[in-house]
Design a binder for this molecule. Structure first.
Ligand SMILES: [Fe+2]
Ligand SMILES: [Fe+2]
Length: 220
């Protein structure tokens, strides 16, 4: 999927949040700061570590969706949308695990996720329930968007044809999840409010990326 196609996918239904991304065609899914291209070279030389980190990102995506279902069982549209994503994310975990095994590499230990921890610092903790739900959904959307961007870099920048295709599949899937989370936010919260808060999150996330050490053994 090209970046143009990603933008088309993401801007379906004249979505006011997603349409803003047309102004940001230089970056994927509206992200303000593109990944430093040198990251792909670092990742290429730390395959066992990057696959391990990727596997845990998929595991966390699956378990976080389960937590959201447990927290909001009454939000039927959300439960229905998230249930298949849990299966997909766990399927991703298994694909990455298979790739490690095939190469005689090992699933290492889970690391501290500095990127996600920094994002969580910006999350609204108190106040209105729908504001809290909005932030949770936008954090999910943001992690999907950044993951998608990283997979795109790998799918275009690695020398190995097989790995380029391997990462392209993840890129497409995470782009779809990103759209789902934005749409869910707009199902439960006023669209203008979603748009405004999304812009705040994009600006905050760019600051997080800018200050994180660039490491080839981490997806983020
Ligand atoms: Fe995934
Ligand atoms: Fe995902």
């Amino acid at each position: 999927m090209t970046s143009e196609r990603l933008i088309v996918v993401a801007s379906k239904q004249n979505n006011p949040v997603l349409c803003c991304m047309n102004e940001a065609e230089k970056n994927i899914l509206g992200l303000h700061l593109p990944t430093d291209p040198r990251w792909v070279n670092l990742a290429a030389i730390s395959l066992e570590e990057i696959l391990t980190d990727h596997a845990y990102c998929e595991q966390k995506a699956a378990t976080s969706c389960i937590s959201l279902i447990q927290r909001y069982p009454d939000k039927e549209a959300m439960v229905n949308a998230l249930a298949p994503i849990v299966t997909e994310e766990w399927g991703h975990f298994r694909l990455v695990l298979q790739e490690l095994r095939k190469r005689n590499l090992h699933l290492g230990k889970q690391r501290k996720d500095e990127y996600v921890n920094k994002l969580l610092q910006f999350e609204i903790k108190g106040g209105r329930e729908d504001d809290r739900l909005l932030d949770k959904l936008l954090i999910f959307a943001l992690i999907e968007a950044r993951s998608c961007e990283r997979f795109k870099r790998l799918s275009e920048g690695l020398d190995d044809d097989y790995l380029r295709n391997f990462y392209r599949r993840f890129m497409e899937s995470e782009a779809g999840h990103y759209v789902t989370f934005i749409e869910l936010a707009e199902t439960y919260v006023d669209k203008e409010k979603v748009r405004k808060r999304w812009q705040e999150w994009l600006a905050y996330e760019a600051g997080v990326i800018q200050h994180l050490e660039m490491r080839g053994d981490r997806m983020h």
